[in-house]
Write a protein that binds this ligand. Structure first.
Ligand code: SF4
Length: 207
C-alpha cells in the first residue's frame, strides 16, 4: 500500500498531463448518459459514441425509445459486442425510468443499480457526471494503473481498489482524479505500449 504523499505525487502528475480530463461519452440528456454508460461495458467510449450518435438522433425522447422495438435498437448498436443483451438493457432502462422513477434518473446509488446493466461502477459514473456527487468508480484503466503503481494488488476487485483510492485521495478531488486516471490509462499508460521512457512515475512504478 502506498502513502498519501505518494498518491498526491501521482495525482499531481496526472493533473499536469490531463488538466481538462472529462467524460468522453456522447449524450444530451441525463437518461442518454445512463444508456451510454451501460453500452460502454467491455468496449471503448469511441465505439459507443459511434452508435449512440445515431441512436439518440433517431429516438430523441424517452417515449420514442419506449415505443421502439428491440430489433430497431439492435440495428443501431450492432457494431458493439453483446449488442442483443445491450438492446434489451436499453429497453429496460427506459421502461424503469418512465414507470418507477417518474421519468427522472435517480441520484441514489442503490436505485441506479436497479437499472438493467448498471452496476456499482456505472452508478458511480452517472452520479459524478449528472449529479456531481463525489465518487471514484474504477474501470479497466484504473485497475491496470493502480496495479502497475502498487496501489492495488492483482487479486483486488474494483470495489477494493475504489476503497483504497478513496482513503488516499481527498474527497474534494475524487471526481477530478477519476477522470485524470482514466485519461492517463487511455492515452499514456496504455495496456500494450505505455510511455515509460517519458513517465515521471518511473521511480515508483512496479511495471
Ligand atoms: S512507468 Fe510506464 S507503466 Fe509505470 S506508470 Fe509510467 S507509463 Fe505506466
Amino acid at each position: 500500500m502506498i502513502t498519501k504523499e505518494k498518491m498526491q505525487f501521482i495525482s499531481n502528475y496526472v493533473d499536469s498531463l490531463f488538466p481538462d480530463a472529462k467524460c468522453e461519452l456522447f449524450y444530451n440528456k441525463d437518461y442518454e448518459l445512463a444508456i451510454a454508460v451501460m453500452l460502454s461495458a467491455q468496449t471503448t467510449d469511441k465505439a459507443v459514441n459511434a452508435t449512440t450518435y445515431k441512436l439518440f438522433a433517431d429516438f430523441d425522447s424517452l417515449d420514442k425509445l419506449e415505443n421502439a422495438s428491440v430489433e430497431e435498437i439492435e440495428e443501431r448498436i450492432k457494431s458493439l459486442g453483446l449488442y442483443k443483451n445491450k438492446a434489451k438493457n436499453i429497453k429496460g432502462i427506459v421502461h424503469k425510468i418512465i414507470t418507477d422513477f417518474n421519468r427522472e434518473l435517480p441520484s441514489d446509488k442503490d436505485l441506479l443499480q436497479t437499472l438493467p446493466g448498471i452496476g456499482n461502477k456505472s452508478a458511480g459514473v452517472i452520479r459524478i457526471e449528472i449529479f456531481k456527487i463525489p465518487d471514484l468508480p474504477v474501470d479497466t484503466h484504473i485497475i491496470r494503473i493502480t496495479n502497475r503503481l502498487g496501489i492495488a494488488n492483482k487479486n483486488d476487485e474494483p470495489i477494493d481498489i475504489e476503497r483504497k483510492l478513496k482513503k488516499l485521495i481527498p474527497e474534494s478531488n475524487w471526481i477530478k482524479t477519476h477522470h485524470q486516471l482514466i485519461h492517463f490509462g487511455r492515452y499514456f499508460c496504455t495496456a500494450h505500449s505505455p510511455k515509460c521512457s517519458e513517465c515521471k512515475l518511473r521511480d515508483i512504478c512496479k511495471y
